[in-house]
Design a protein around this ligand. Sequence first.
Ligand code: BES
Ligand code: ZN
Ligand code: ZN
Length: 499
Amino acid sequence: MEIKVVTGDITAIKTDALILNSFKGTKTLSGDIAAVDKALDGAISQLIKQGVIKGNLNEINLLHSLGKLPAGRVVIVGLGKKQELTAEKVRGAVAEACRYLRKNGVASIATILQGAGVNKISREIAAQSIAEGAPLGLYNFRRYITKKEDDTGEIKSLLIVGSEKDKPVLEKAVNKGTVIAEAVNWARDIVNEPANNMTPTHMANAARKLSETYGLSIEVLDKGRMTKLGMGGLLGVAQGSQQPPKFIILGYKGKPTTSIDLVLAGKGITFDSGGISIKPSEGMADMKDDMAGGAAVMATLMAIARLKPKINVTALVPATENLPSGTALKPGDIIKAMNGKTIEVLNTDAEGRLILADALCYAVRLKAKAIVDAATLTGACIVALGKICTGVFSNNQELADKVLAAGKESGELSWQLPMFDEYREQLKSDIADIKNVGNRYGGAITAAKFLADFIKDTPWVHLDIAGTADNDKEKGYLVKGATGIPVRTFVNLILNMAK
Ligand code: BES
Ligand code: ZN
Ligand code: ZN
């Protein structure tokens, strides 16, 4: 879909459909909506008066212009109460309206700057929100559906109507929104891929393609290099699988210094069966998503390579399958991570922390100034927070606050959980430096405490995205399947850090 800023009279635009809006309790029309209302002989104001158009959030009303406008149809999307409007609601409402129009066979759309001027939403933010909301909401993963008649159609162009003097800033905002949405959708694509087509090798190839297209540096460590580096966590998890593990390193350089301002590490388990501590079969198919953290950090580098902030960022993705076999790790085995710490593996299904241990050691060795990881790490995080928000864990409140703020800005909800030393006691092993599971309680926190053992004093934040990486119902700009969380949090964090 092409998104473009256009200027001029809204009633003169030739398009399949115009998207306008209504607010709950607002009866008088002004500006573009009033102009369209006039062209439609007062149809909109009449429907408001009759209580048909109520302005409830995401409510959709369709009018046919029947030749009174060059636009074939007019959609009025509800934005809720004016004083409660946020950019997040604009993203969601635009997504709902676009999906509705696609279902109705529309191919071209024009929209006003939804929400601009309301509740401190600037025209720039409105434009960016539209440019994010539309492609995110229209996303679908249909590459394995071969029946043509099931086609959902496609919205080919979206025009955003603004004023001549704003055009340059609006175009910049649209570009930013588009870049971010494309990165999120790229991440969604590789997370939604079935595990047979998204092995560690496929992930490494996807990273190579990103590097070629966007000028990122790349290195992919193979088993030999991992052995030399002593990555016993990653090698241990990989030893049960026929697929060779990969340790992917993507680098973005936005300033001439060699120091790394931020390392993003993402869990890259391309399929998590649990290993010998095998998972129940119900729901196991969802474990193809267990590389969502890895996908997100790669997608983030794709976005910043296009937005070019002045900062140096490296993405690390330890990638492997977690499968049971005659060569697999067994409960009770002891392995050694890259920093020399020994780990008693009491549950082979707590594998994410084993591969991340090595990635975090690697990040520390790079002398990164800050480290943030994202991982579909624990079912316990879903028990604690539901599928609504990402769990945040940190050894440094200043960095945690930056990540929380970046999440809030993006609409990707997150919530911090405690890291008291008392939790670490659950991980004491009788025969090794640490064991990989605690008791039944506080599992998301003990997992984070495990990771903390592989960070020295580098400021670090861990995001547990087990609940937020995928989604089971279409709502706003989220569709079923992978969400692409936390790409937008990461991009905002980096842009803010580079300011
Ligand atoms: N990948 C899972 C966590 C997960 C569960 C993600 C559900 C998304 C949805 C992780 O590797 C895992 O299996 N964790 C175990 C840890 C336990 C054995 C301590 C869990 O959460 O049950
Ligand atoms: Zn697991
Ligand atoms: Zn896992």
